[in-house]
Design a protein around this ligand. Sequence first.
Ligand SMILES: O=C(CO)COP(=O)(O)O
Length: 251
Amino acid sequence: MAVRKLIAGNWKMNGLKAGLAEIAAVRDAVESGSTAHVDVLLCPPATLLAAACETAATGLAIGGQDCHTAQSGAFTGDISAAMVADSGASHVLVGHSERRTLHGEDDATVRAKAQAAWNAGLVAVVCIGETQAERDAGTTLQVLERQLRESLADEATAANCTVAYEPVWAIGTGLTPTVDDVADAHRFMREKLVERFGESGADFRILYGGSVKPDNAAELLSVANVDGALVGGASLKSADFIAICKAVRAE
Ligand SMILES: O=C(CO)COP(=O)(O)O
C-alpha cells in the first residue's frame, strides 16, 4: 500500500513575525481541502514555533528544525525536544546537512537527537544525504547506508520517524538528481529499511529534498518510494509551497 505523502517546509533561519501570514495562508489551503491527499508540515524558526502552532490550528502540522540531545540543562542557546513539544509542535528535523556541516553533528549525535525527540513525543524527521565529493567518488549508496544505519536507533518506527533524503549538492543550488538517480536512491533506502525493520520498513516515509520547486515537484513526487518532499526556499512563499502540495497526485 502506498504511504500517504508528506510535504514539509523548512524555513531555516528565515521568518519574522510577519511570516505568520504565510503560515495562515498554508493553513487556509489545508482547511479548504485543496491539499486533502497529503499531510502538510511547516518548520519555522524556533522563535515562531509557539505562534505558528496557534496560527496553524488543526490540519497543518508544525515542527522544529533541531533539538538538543538533553531535555534541559546548561546548554546556552540550545532548544530541547521537550521545549519544541511544549510549543505545540509535533515534529522536529534532526541531522539536516546544515547542522551536520556547520555544527559538526555526526551520526551518533543525530541518533541521540532523534531519541530525545521520541522521548518528548515528537516525530523525528531524520535527514541524510551525500555531499558532492561523495557523489563524485561514487559512494552515494554507501553514505546513505551508513547514515541510515547510524542515525536511526533501533526504536525507530514508521510512526515516530520519517527519513528525508537530501543530496547536499542539491540543496539551495537549483540542481536536482535525475529521476532515475532519485528512484535508485529511494529504492536502496527502502530495501535497507525493510532489511532492518522488517515489513514495517515499507511504511516509513522517505522524503526527497533539494531544490524542490513548483515546476519540478510533480515529477519528483511521482517517483516510486518518494513519499513526499522536504522543501527549503520554495516553502517561504505560501503560494509556491501550496503549489507543491497540490502537485502530489491523488493515489
Ligand atoms: O535543505 C532543504 C530543506 O531542508 C532544501 O532546501 P532547498 O529547497 O532550498 O534546496
